[in-house]
Write a protein that binds this ligand. Sequence first.
Ligand code: CP3
Length: 340
Amino acid sequence: MIFVDACFGKKTPYTPVWMMRQAGRYLPEYRAVRESAGGFIGLCKDYKKASEVTIQPVDILGVDAAILFSDILVLPMEMGLELEFVAGKGPVFHNPVLTKEDIKRLDVKSAVKNLSYVYDTVKLTRDNLKKDKALIGFAGAPWTVATYMIEGGSTKSYNICKKMLYTQPELLHEILAKVTEGTKLYLENQIKAGVNAVQIFDSWAGALERDVYLQFGWRYILEIADYIKAKYPEIPVIAFPKGIGSYLDSIGGNFDVFGVSWDTPIRMARNKLSDRYTLQGNMEPCRLYSKETIKSSVTKILNIMDGYPHIFNLGHGILPDVPVENAKYFIKLVQEMSAR
Ligand code: CP3
């Protein structure tokens, strides 16, 4: 699999490419299956339909890897938090975690077991996916997942979880430790079911000061990565802490691929990290709105990463109103322009 080879820094015939959120609303085929499953959570729980939408971008766009269709929030949901996706608002947890008692109620063991629909999705997808295409499993990083658990949904200011961080840091660490424990076992079960790599999404890493992030965010990612690498050295681990470009010098640890978000110049990431990690990224997702800006960005990024270990991707997820034709153009352009 050229995706896995690239994760380990091996030479590949071209630069493999996939997109974060590649199974999603910009695809009419996705919207049709989601409708038939009665909504997003229903789709995550229906392993046959989840597997179908996982494979859609491989068939429609020709990406080099499929990413398991699910969400980072199914883990806390199965720990006992009541999750709803509200139109126009995003995810809502009706019983957020604010006290010691709330933390006690979080049931890690049951969650890991109850996520069997995810493992079934992985098995079926690996059976149906072309042999040369990788299947990426994933989880949210404990910090990002905890922001939803504590705030009860998406937030712009993070004031509830930051208040906990600065006034009751040990309480936040308890939540993070519990999510970390669940995430290790959850990713391990995805690997046992057949994923070829795992990605840890820390979408809100950039919301914290450097030293605070290293202590409350990054260290838990490293703990998960250490656990996976010790048991499954052949499975690449991709770390994606979004928005920490200003302190790449503080970044190290036992993982294989570093995801570069679009706010970080990839040349800078290359200079600081390419001797140790394959880089993944980092086209600004809104460049997909125009073929001209796709072409200028792909050309620039490929030039900078020429000869360095690289997986092409966006610097965050694809947006729902991107024309499918532009996404197709992007994938084909990367594969053709990088052919060696
Ligand atoms: O294609 C893929 O990338 C795989 C599937 C995937 C989804 N969510 C599907 C999804 C993955 C890897 C995620 C990760 C995820 N989920 C993250 C981390 C990555 C990131 O984007 O920062 C986060 C923060 C979440 C939480 C989440 N899930 C939010 C905030 C939302 C609502 C935002 C929105 O776009 O409506 C979701 C819903 C969600 N997850 C959708 C999809 C396809 C849209 C739901 C729908 O179909 O209506």
